[in-house]
Write a protein that binds this ligand. Structure first.
Ligand code: AP5
Length: 214
């Protein structure tokens, strides 16, 4: 099963990914999480990505394609993977298609989480993230059991530098200009599964499972 989890910043991709990944027994590959880990580790890629990420701009395609090519070669991706945050441009979608063709495989479904922009802004300004395992919380909608710490690993939660109002607005513009048009491509290819991303996380999860026939 090779699934793309698609949607604007704050649509709930990270929140929903674990359930899909558990359901199908496939690893969750979040390019945002990989870049943040690379920054913490101080690698070349992390340094190259830092400025673009903090502003809410996209990291260049060649860097991202390299990251995904390397990660999907790992043994845990043999039976599939869940892509979150990739592809984000036509160039990345072309590179993904070429890479899968070379490996005689293909994407099975693109799940698109649809949420209006005003709700996305509200979700992102209130988000708190675990820097260790990447899980997301919200100060109103999805509070951690203990204030300020991750439910899973008890690490203190942080706010992402790109979750400031200006960076969020820029990220939404970038999404509408460069990423959203990919929906038409995947619709033409018969892969797109549109899912309403408004409602409780549990409601959205069951819509996704329905869309994937799970
Ligand atoms: P990335 O980390 O991928 O960020 P994003 O796509 O902007 O997505 P987010 O992580 O912000 O949102 P999400 O959809 O996962 O929402 P979440 O579940 O957390 O990328 C960051 C940066 O890295 C990019 O800007 C770019 O610079 C770079 N990058 C990454 N990939 C790249 C690529 N392929 N090419 C180029 N550059 C790349 O939920 C958000 C909040 O809402 C949380 O607080 C959550 O608790 C809450 N919430 C979730 N679901 C619900 C619900 N149903 N109801 C109420 N609240 C909810």
């Amino acid at each position: 099963m090779r699934v793309v989890l698609f949607g604007p910043p704050g649509a709930g991709k990270g929140t929903q990914a674990k359930a899909i990944s558990d359901r199908f027994g496939i690893p969750h590959l979040s390019t945002g999480d990989m870049l943040r880990a690379a920054r913490v580790a101080g690698t070349d890629i992390g340094r190259k990505a830092a400025e673009a990420m903090d502003k809410g701009s996209l990291v260049p395609d060649d860097v991202m394609v390299g990251v995904i090519e390397e990660r999907t070669r790992a043994p845990d991706c043999k039976n599939g993977f869940l892509l979150d945050g990739f592809p984000r441009t036509e160039g990345q979608a072309d590179a993904l298609a070429a890479m899968l063709t070379r490996n005689s495989s293909k994407i099975d479904a693109v799940v698109s989480l649809d949420v209006p922009d005003d709700l996305l802004l509200d979700r992102l300004v209130g988000r708190w993230t675990c820097p260790k395992d990447g899980s997301s919380y919200h100060e109103v909608n999805l509070r951690p059991r203990k204030v300020g710490v991750c439910d899973l690993c008890e690490t203190p939660l942080v706010q992402r530098p790109d979750d400031k109002a200006d960076a969020i607005k820029h990220r939404l513009n970038v999404f509408h200009q460069q990423t959203d048009p990919l929906k038409r491509r995947y619709e033409r290819e018969g892969l797109l599964r549109g899912v309403r991303g408004v409602g409780s996380p549990d409601e959205v999860r069951s819509r996704i499972q329905q869309a994937l026939g799970a």
